[in-house]
Design a protein around this ligand. Structure first.
Ligand SMILES: Cc1cc2nc3c(=O)[nH]c(=O)nc-3n(C[C@H](O)[C@H](O)[C@H](O)COP(=O)(O)OP(=O)(O)OC[C@H]3O[C@@H](n4cnc5c(N)ncnc54)[C@H](O)[C@@H]3O)c2cc1C
Ligand code: FES
Length: 502
């Protein structure tokens, strides 16, 4: 039997924090309790700042609690391409930044004795086609990374690799337990966390920043950091400068001991693996089946492909014990945006390209130093105000044309499916009801849930995600529960309920 939640969320019991119930003043407001929000809050609180963190859900419950848990500067085979595109110096800064991120995670684990299965392990990137990984290894080593071209036998995966690069001394951890440890260290240092407290609006004036929250309380602060995966609402316009990329994960027990190292494929389809200590010596996490949020309706198929891959590699029918999905944002020039949002004093961090455990830890150092008005070696590299090179601008234009099409296409999809009486138990989708498009889902108790399937961020049509039973927006990545509550922004308000009439 497969549990539809991440193996990390299912096997951790993070501390609980109250929902906000009164107005609050603080020096720094951090919005979002994922890796970036929690690390930034802790980093600042440790310097003596007075920090309040507001989290819409539980801490670590969204993307950070759904990662593969690799803490590494090896982000696939990216360094030759980064050096080609940005030059060796910039690629070297990115490499140094992420090695710094890995080491900072190790220091925090050690300093606060965080019980999160942190282990040093090699990270492999391998090809099964003609991808030139010798060149990748050479460039990565030249940039100062602990990289070597390696023997395919070291991989431990039963496949034929045409090239392998090994990064030494990388890390893996249990992300939810790590975040719980950060939260505890933060509150022990005097920081305050409020969970189930969604920020619905932010405004800035000469007196500082004011945040309105769903429970109604108001938070005022001198500085604000928005670490909500993608900045909420229209802050900084990042929704138009990023793309939401979704991946799927499974936790399985193999018929034989799992490979000891972490691995990721250089060529598609992406398969990212690492040991799953909780699953014993045969436990393995597999992540892949990537697509843009809202691009694929049959998301059950995404999980099936991961399971089939494992079953065929190990020649054994493997059933996942856990399955989950999550998304992160990519930027057109592959570098995250961290710093002051254009036209606002509010600080943001987004676009981690699915490598936010290292990148996000670097981001936290940059954000801390910006609040304290201190120099940081990586702030220019991750500058949140940049537009990017010519490639990046071309990419942005293309992505926004796609979003434009999405607005138009919504009306074409409205006649999919029949009337509501055609819904099976466990099934959802778009239905035409008296000429109106209604999003409907019939839960396992036979109860019908209906929504207006229009995203509350900027009005794009939503698509039904059958694998995760969510409503997903392909425009900028907002996701909603079957009942219409916000799961992920940039949206901040729930879906409207349709008037079904008689
Ligand atoms: C499947 C998958 C696997 C990955 N594996 C790895 C990996 O192995 N290694 C790695 O380095 N990276 C990995 N990543 C990337 C990494 O998980 C992300 O980059 C990182 O978690 C982003 O952290 P975050 O703090 O920005 O976002 P989140 O963890 O999503 O945190 C944002 C928080 O803000 C809250 N929030 C949102 N809106 C509001 C609001 N209005 N008010 C208050 N709170 C709000 C959310 O509830 C959430 O808790 C992976 C990503 C995916 C999708
Ligand atoms: S997330 Fe922007 S319109 Fe849906």
């Amino acid at each position: 039997m497969t549990t539809s939640t991440s193996v990390w969320l299912a096997t951790a019991d993070p501390p609980r924090y109250e929902r906000i119930n009164a107005d609050v003043r603080s020096g720094v407001l951090v919005v979002g309790g994922g890796i970036i929000g929690l690390t930034t809050a802790l980093e600042l609180q440790l310097t003596g700042a007075d920090v309040v963190l507001l989290e819409a859900d539980r801490i670590g419950a969204r993307t950070s609690g759904n990662t593969t848990g690799k803490v590494t500067s090896q982000h696939g085979a990216i360094y030759a391409a980064l050096a080609d595109r940005h030059g060796l110096e910039t690629a070297g800064q990115y490499a140094a930044a992420n090695q710094t991120g890995v080491e900072r995670v190790a220091e925090l684990v050690d300093r606060f004795a965080i019980d999160c299965e942190f282990a040093r392990t090699p990270a492999f990137v391998y090809a099964t086609d003609e991808t030139d990984l010798r060149h990748e290894a050479d460039v990565a080593a030249k940039l100062g990374l602990p990289a070597q071209y390696a023997d395919p036998a070291e991989l431990g995966l039963p496949l034929t690799a045409t090239g392998v690069v090994r990064f030494d001394d990388q890390g893996q951890l249990h992300p939810t337990r790590y975040l719980a440890g950060l939260a505890q260290a933060f509150t022990q240092a005097g920081g305050r966390i409020f969970e189930n407290t969604r920020v619905t609006a932010l405004s800035a004036d000469d007196d500082g920043i004011t945040a309105e929250t769903e429970p109604g309380a108001v938070v005022q602060a001198q500085h604000a950091i928005v670490a909500t995966l993608l900045p909420i609402g229209i802050l900084g316009g990042y929704f138009a400068r990023t793309r939401p990329q979704q991946s799927h994960g499974i936790a399985v027990r193999l018929p034989v001991p799992a490979p000891a190292g972490m691995a990721i494929s250089a060529n598609g389809p992406t398969r990212s693996t690492r040991p799953w200590p909780g699953g014993g010596p045969n436990g393995l996490i597999i992540v892949g089946s990537d697509h843009e949020v809202g691009d694929q309706t049959d998301t059950d198929d995404a999980y099936r492909k991961l399971t089939d891959w494992a079953s065929s590699l190990w020649d054994h029918r493997i059933e996942p014990e856990y399955r989950w999905s999550a998304h992160d944002y990519s930027t057109p020039d592959h570098l995250p945006y961290v710093g002051k949002a254009p036209g606002s004093p509010i600080l943001v961090a987004t676009g981690m390209h699915k490598w936010g455990l290292s990148n996000g830890t670097v981001a936290s150092g940059i954000l801390r130093d910006l609040v304290l008005d201190r120099a940081n070696p990586f702030s220019t590299l991750y500058d949140a105000g940049r537009i990017g090179d010519a490639h990046a601008v071309a990419g942005l234009v293309k992505d926004n044309l796609k979003v434009g099409k999405e607005f138009a296409a919504g009306h074409l999809r409205r006649l999919l499916g029949g009337g509501l009486d055609h819904l099976e138990v466990g099934e959802g989708g778009l239905y035409d009801v008296n000429g109106h498009t209604v999003g409907a889902y019939c839960d396992h108790d036979g109860q019908l849930h209906t929504v207006v399937p229009v995203c509350t961020h900027l009005g794009c049509p939503l698509r039904w995600n059958q694998g995760d039973t969510t409503w997903d927006c392909n425009c900028h990545g907002s996701r909603f529960t079957a009942e219409g509550a916000v799961l992920d922004g940039p949206a901040t308000t729930p879906l409207a309920k349709p008037e079904l009439g008689e």
